[in-house]
Design a protein around this ligand. Sequence first.
Ligand SMILES: Nc1ncnc2c1ncn2[C@@H]1O[C@H](COP(=O)(O)OP(=O)(O)OP(=O)(O)O)[C@@H](O)[C@H]1O
Ligand SMILES: [Mg+2]
Length: 341
Amino acid sequence: MADENVLEVRELVTTFGRGANARRAVDGVSFALRRGEILGLVGESGSGKSVTALSLLRLIDPQAGRVTGGQVLFDGMDLASEADARMREIRGRRISMIFQEPLSALNPCYTIGDQIGEVFVAHGDGAGAATRKRVLELLRLVRIPDPEGILRRYPHEISGGMRQRAMIAMALAYTPEVLIADEPTTALDVTIQAQVLNLIDGLRRELGLSVILITHDMGVVAQYADRVAVMYGGRIAETGEVGAVFAQPRHPYTEGLLASVPRLGARWRNGVQRLPEIPGSVPGIGVLSAGCRFAPRCGFAEPRCTQAVPPLMHVPGDGAHAAACWVRSPTPHALTSEDFR
Ligand SMILES: Nc1ncnc2c1ncn2[C@@H]1O[C@H](COP(=O)(O)OP(=O)(O)OP(=O)(O)O)[C@@H](O)[C@H]1O
Ligand SMILES: [Mg+2]
């Protein structure tokens, strides 16, 4: 694995159900996370973003599904096949995750201070004075005003923005190398959303974090991410530097996503602003097709698109930019892990 890649995901497959009911929610996803970058993972609801994130940390409910293929390379280990005990050491310490809904992720019966302290207890450190000091440090790190006061509050007694900051503090308890933020601001209003995203961006620089930022908001990607991976139907449709992908998207799905971002000064028709939309919806994971999963919704689809699944193919002249489209990606060269080096 190249030095600048902190995490490398290769051909990850996550399957829900068994036997005849087995369905792939993640179907051969590959990407790398470079040290110190923010990688935006975007896609419509149901495209497999959260399942990808949960799979990396082996947090898929074993009653429902499991990782059935691929590798997750991190510091010389393959997390897809590491022992459970090793995963418990890595999770929360070296790779942390923050979840979309802080209210449901926080326990209403414990104070914020106790819950952040519990992270240390769960990892075998005591609940004594040193932990209390560290909890206060963490609350200051995430710029919570009056940390001593917040320590004693219950989750319902503080605002949504403060709850999300508390969640970030928990995730940073052991200063992880990788932070996975799954829609960290969806539940927040726009001004608070900007504060929380600016905080994550600032912490990335301050602590040298590498961040996977999951969102369905292309505006958030444009503003905060260095690179982007666009997911559709459990696969990566397109990936590259944000500037290049936004300037010249190669996958019709990415084009559709970008076209449906509201802009000031966009066209108005009959006094009503109309945004272009992508017709149809993300296929359920039970819908199997021989070819490209986007083909039924795609204005460029040709017969070959329904015959074989397109691999990620390079965009000429830009080693980082690749798209999985038979029609729009002219180089017939599938990406390998070498391409992430
Ligand atoms: N526990 C589960 N059992 C069965 N199917 C599941 C389970 N969890 C997720 N799925 C399916 O996996 C697919 C991908 O779901 P996922 O939650 O990753 O989507 P997402 O991209 O995160 O969407 P959103 O933007 O709504 O959060 C969906 O079709 C979903 O129904
Ligand atoms: Mg999700």
